[in-house]
Design a protein around this ligand. Sequence first.
Ligand code: ADP
Ligand code: MG
Length: 566
Amino acid sequence: MTGNNSPIIGIDLGTSNSAVSWFSEDAARLIAAAGEGRLTPSVVGLDDEGQLLIGEAAKARLVSHPHLTVASFKRYMGTEKIFTLGDKSFRAEELSALVLRKLKTDAEVALGCVITRAAITVPAYFNDAQRKAVKAAGLMAGLEVERLLNEPTAAALAYGLADSREQKFLVFDLGGGTFDVSIVDMFEGVIEVRASSGDAWLGGDDFTEALRQWMLSRYPQLTLDNPELAASLTRQAESLKQQLSGQDLASASLTYGGEEYRWELNEATFQECCSGLLSRLKKPVVQALQDAQFDASQLDSVILVGGATRMPLVRQLVTRMFGRFPRNELNPDEVVALGAGVQAGLIAEDRALDDLVLTDVMPYSLGIEVARRHGDRIEEGFFSPLIERNAFVPVSVMQSFSTVNDNQRQIDIEVYQGESRKVSDNLLLDSMSVKVPARKAGEVSVDVRFTYTLDGILEVECKVSGEQTASTMIIEKAPGTLSQEEIALRLKQLDALKQHPRDIPENRQLAAEAAKRYEQTLGDRRQIIDHYATQFEQALERQDLRLIAAARDELRRVLDQLNDGL
Ligand code: ADP
Ligand code: MG
């Protein structure tokens, strides 16, 4: 990498809390600022003199100075939303930059050196714009973002699962305001996020709110009209919730208008208050398993992440849902930051792509706009995905498209990201035009190939049938962060991918061998070969490298067994 010897830090930039870690003596460790906890609230505020406050100091004033304090801005990363604090205004990425800068400075003080590089985690579902915003926030904070790492992948690294045998596990991440479920698969040192699902508006804070409503229901004379009262009710509700994570009975009190109000809460009542929230935790789990085509019984473990999984009610629900105890040896609100530290260690040793290959899945689909012909009518604006959500990265896929008009002279390739049938609801990434010979509609075809790398570079290649050269366009996830040479190098490494898998020598040879063995054998054996050879062919057609590897191993094994049997 670079000749810079200062440590790389790992950062969990969370919606509610952020944390920073580094890798030393074979383990990732969290770094705390002197006199502060290991979690830094992702809160920014102004004090009475107009000076910036970040973290705990800002959070303490969330109650007393709501107009001078902002929280939960991570939700708005990648948007143009403006947050106003007194006479200053900020975008979400600037607020995030302030938090990142504090973490960087805290780490510099604790470690006694200048830090310029970081690995930062992002939710697996973050789209291109959101990821760019995180990188931009890093730059504004004076950090070169060496790697954006998916949060569930970080959790897997923290648990050291990459060092063990093949595993499939589910990361159940319930933070302050968001719920993320990811299914991660690990084999031979390869970590893959197979599917992710969740609820962007469900988290520990909703449990606090449910308790606040319960507190109000006990004393109808209390209302939320008074902001100070509303804020101290929130604080008391949060305290009730946290007390129940360690004991059976919780109590809270506050004084208002000269009167004292008291509450006592047990787990049964808490469960009643939040039964609706608890049941909302189930659907994303089912969805993620479905997307990954897994059965809960195939999971080796379930990992709890996020401060809200400290609630015994949530742990019980997870245990019941999966019929086993989830893993929780590490503090759930520190797991992601620890994993970022492991990643930072790997980058420092330049090992990330050798000993431990990290692959991920596409968090969204990528495709192009196509027109459809209905009789005489041509309807435009349809999305035709080439790389689908949850496909493994790196990946390269080719599809052919034909002209829809007679004598059409050019084809416009517009690249979109998203899941909607109509491109108008998806995000336009870039476009290019290729000249085509004037012929009748449907007589000219172009092969469009999408190649997506681990660094988030999308190469789009278009080749008009009958022509030798292809037109190419490169779309970077965060433009400008890689030099032209680096991009060229990364794409060169992926050249092998660009062959159709059925043309790769290893696959061609095996298919030929199977065909020959089929000719040589009869009866049952012939049927067995046919079965596995067909599976292999189907995998090749789907251009799914992982399926291909699995089908190839099976076919190889069957052919070897038949050889031995002769
Ligand atoms: P995020 O990933 O959203 O930044 P965290 O993982 O830090 O957030 O989780 C924050 C949430 O965890 C908050 O809703 C907080 O109330 C909750 N939480 C923290 N500690 C406890 C506890 N001991 N018991 C119950 N909930 C807790
Ligand atoms: Mg989190």
